[in-house]
Design a protein around this ligand. Sequence first.
Ligand SMILES: [Zn+2]
Length: 709
Amino acid sequence: MKKIIVFTCLIIGMSVTHVLLSSYSDPLKEPENPLLEKFNTVHETVPFDKVRNEHFLPAIKEGIAQGRSEVDAIVNNPEAPSFANTIVALDRSGDRLSRVSSALFNLNAAETSPELQQIVREVSPLTTEYSNDISLNEKLFARIKTVYENRKSLQLDAESAMLLEKTYKSFARNGANLSGPDKDRFRAINKRLSELAITFNENVLEETNHYLLEVTEERDLAGLPDFVKEAAKLTAQEKGKPGWAFTLQAPSFMPFMTYSENRELRKVLFVASSSRGFHGDKNDNQAIIKETVKLRHERAKLLGYESHAHFVLEERMAGSAEKVNGFLAELFDYAKPVADQQMQELLAYAQKLGFAENQLQRWDYGFYAEKLKKEKYAIDNEMLKPYFKLENVVEGAFMVAQKLYGITFKPNDQIPVYHPEVKAYEVFDERGEFLAVFYTDFFPRPGKRNGAWATSFRGQEVINKTNVRPHISNVCNFTRPTQTIPSLLTFGEVETLFHEFGHALHGILSQCQYGSTSGMSVYWDFVELPSQIMENWCTEKEALDLFARHYLTNEPIPQALVDKIIASANFMEGYVTMRQLSLGMLDMAYHGKVQDIDDIGQFEQQAVAKTNLLPAVAGTNVSTAFSHIFAGGYSAGYYSYKWAEVLDADAFSYFKSKGIFSKEVAKSFRDNVLSKGGSEHPMTLYKRFRGQEPSPKPLLKRAGLIKVP
Ligand SMILES: [Zn+2]
């Protein structure tokens, strides 16, 4: 049973275009469905040039039918259950469905439309039912259990043993040991939870897209850089409004919060963004959260776990809710005093500039932090951006990968794409052997979610000795070029690009046997190691020199500026850490103990109170737009970002000790981590790479939360 991976990284948000709908259909001839044929394209990529929305539903139905008959064949096999005829056969089943549904769900994230959303609404219950029918198939489970109980005598290699373990547990955790009404209830809960997640997301998207801050007086633009004004004018024109307009999408929202001198308007925009899903109207997410939390808890209890967090964390590197809570608490103790001190410094600085109150508000933080940063380090986004033209940064990420792993990226316009802005590459290894297809999709569109993510259209696996290579995609929302200025990235966007590219490498370099254990199919708190470690190369002069060149003069980025990037990297790190810990603690609060939540606003305030560095704002709420945990698969898992930072800082300190382009360390990282997917327990893989367990010390040092000895 192939997994469908849609893997998101940052926060989610969106609305509408019709790129797939343009094909002409001949009324006299039953049109063929390209999703039902073997993909006759370069590397069997999805034939986006031929696919239309109406092809999805029939192809999904056919994929489900094929998957069912493949599973039936396993169940009805007269031979005794074996690893090959049961576990491997199951891993291979559902190939058609996996390819079609990953195309559909990936499109729904990157290029959706009301029509596509409607298809997803019809498809989701069908695929959920299919998965449930398999995971609750008693005869199939009986065969799996037989193999599992005999596992000691099978002499399986490590990856096969992992596949067997994962398969058995996925059944047990999906209710295979339940019977009668419990089994029915379990199915009903899963179905309902999947509906709730979809509606949650749609509400956030609508809340994001329907908001517009209109500005008609030029004086209200004070402080904003020209590029921001230009983009705001364009936005207003697109919406048929006079003057300028700002949205809740990051490229519009963030610069306004950072630069606008109009405090009242900053407050308006902040409140609009921070109250999404919290207005008590048709897009309100409070009831959805309550029901989701309750059902998750009930499901965990049905399976014999203490809570949803206990259920989730059993299959994590961290291992238990207690461990995660302890981890967050430990980091909190280091970060809180540093954060408090930094906020004092920020307030004093604001007052020096004429801020007349005794307390900064949330809509003041970004504004003064940017100014303080500029004063302290004489550096701001606008000074750096000319050195980070999008095309150069992409080339830089490719060059870093080439220096580390010897791989190369070649654009191929014969590979069909779903939007003209999407680029497709072939990736080759050192010997010129084909490794993967890599898609990039960088600019915001109305039909794209907020944030940035990596995903796959096809996973890596070995079938009949053929190494099936993966199709990986990076989707982001970077500042679009204007008529006069190319796309110039903020330093944060540069890090995001490297981050998602790190996920992509995890997929691209995969060398595993089974789809269920390959590429990004790893424990959640391990999945951010390959991505976060890549961000480290962005703060190294040796790496920046490869690509950070002024877009007008082609001058390499000056050493002084790089020094400032490095010096400023820990700027307000206490605050940033507190923000992450706050989200992690909020997540654990929802999923830790028995929950019957009365009031979402109150509950959230209680859960995050000790992490608040600025006063809470009435009428705002993080939870109601917290798609990560209510619609994105990060429930009881948000801590994993920090967890992975511990791993990435520790791993990168190893690179640094031998040189950031050390072939020796890169080879070990590739051989023991990047190519291994989830084929063994992450701690085993990590220790093989590092020679020891990860230590939190390199992270605390890097973040300036402990003094470097
Ligand atoms: Zn990530």
